[in-house]
Write a protein that binds this ligand. Structure first.
Ligand code: GLY
Length: 370
């Protein structure tokens, strides 16, 4: 499976890179709309994934060409370290510069990670103890009337903060990450460990609303949100060794295993979407879950079920049903992800983050099985 997948990924991503290099520009592919690859600007929340994909290709193949592309596409995101108008800087900088620093140890990358953590920290609200995801007065989010909206996805920005503390010695970033994770644990989850997508807070710290943005309805379990949750709490345990975070990750993982009812473990776009052949899947949620459960399996070793479940996801994503045939899919690796169905946006398409977490999961699988 691994050799086959790496072969396909090399060919597919190699094609994306070839098209970009021929253009003479530095482009950042996100998805395909109406048959055309959508290249995104640096401040798009997904801009870190394509550069990050170069680093996983490098790790999986040891081919120096991926390192060179990794450096080139990562450095193109340099200005993002100062981004303060949304929370996704964690995804953007950690998937790109975080991986770049892991492989090169370049001091300038370390400085960028720390600067980005400083930028993200400007969004921390001590009361109620969260990092604000979206501005209350900007764009469509501003029209929902939320005072201080926080989405479950925000758990994915904490790795940047944990690592900034390690690199700088400044405990502030670690403390913010822990507080955010604790507040989210208190307010985002239902008794069955499914999570709300959006929780907004009042100025006095009380919860204002619990709603959705990308899910089926306020009370549903949006598939990718569940995946961000289990990934985020697994990371929090890795970084803090606090067993309440481990237990949260285990509870979410058990919920996922129970609630995903598709034969192949690749969820519909929302767990509460009506089951059916034409209901869109979300391969990205499956890839994120597989990556998280592989890591979790090392922290909960008695529970082989997390490894087994992740392995099943990976085997199914590696089948013809989800893995692109060489030369198809305009160079993306996986098919059948869903961006935001309620907005009619990116339904049953490839997505750069599905590919990123799929490659990360493959690498984790290699590490665990070698
Ligand atoms: N973080 C946005 C999404 O998962 O669609």
């Amino acid at each position: 499976m691994i050799e086959h997948d790496i072969d396909i990924a090399s060919q597919q991503i190699g094609h994306q890179v070839e098209v970009i290099e021929k253009s003479g520009k530095i482009l950042n592919p996100r998805t395909i709309i109406n048959g055309k690859v959508q290249y995104i600007s640096n401040d798009d929340w997904t801009s870190g994934f394509f550069p990050g994909t170069m680093w996983y290709m490098y790790e999986l193949t040891n081919d120096e060409k991926w390192k060179e592309y990794g450096i080139k596409y990562t450095e193109a995101l340099d200005s993002i370290q100062y981004l303060k108008w949304h929370h996704d800087i964690g995804f953007m900088i950690y998937c790109s510069f975080g991986n770049a620093y892991r492989f090169t140890g370049k001091p300038e990358y370390k400085d960028i990670i720390i600067e980005a953590a400083k930028s993200l920290s400007t969004r921390f609200r001590p009361v109620p103890g969260v990092i604000q995801s979206w501005d209350e007065n900007r764009g469509w989010q501003g029209q929902r009337g939320w005072m201080c909206p926080v989405i479950i996805d925000n758990m994915m920005n904490l790795d940047l903060l944990f690592n900034a503390t390690k690199l700088s010695g400044n405990p502030k970033y670690y403390d913010i990450a822990v507080k955010h994770a604790q507040t989210t644990m208190k307010n985002h989850f239902r008794p069955d460990y499914t999570s709300y997508h959006v929780v907004s807070y009042n100025n006095d710290g009380s919860v204002e609303k619990k709603q959705t943005h990308q899910g089926k309805n306020d009370d549903s379990a949006w598939s990718r949100g569940q995946a961000w949750g289990v990934y985020g709490y697994t990371s929090c345990y890795r970084e803090t060794k606090d067993t309440t975070f481990l237990q949260e990750a285990i509870n979410i993982a058990d919920m996922i295993i129970k609630k995903v009812t598709t034969d192949d473990c690749i969820p519909y776009w929302d767990y509460d979407a009506p089951a059916g052949e034409n209901t869109p899947r979300d391969a990205s949620a499956a890839a994120i879950t597989a990556s998280a459960l592989l890591e979790l399996s090392a922290y909960a070793p008695k529970e082989k079920k997390y490894f087994d479940y992740a392995e099943t996801i990976l085997k199914n994503l590696s089948s013809d049903k989800y893995l692109a045939v060489k030369g198809s899919n305009q160079g993306f690796v996986l098919m059948h992800s869903t961006g935001s169905l309620p907005h009619g946006s990116e339904i049953d398409v490839p997505l750069n983050y599905a590919d990123y977490y799929y490659l990360e999961a493959l690498q984790r699988y290699v590490n665990l099985t070698k």
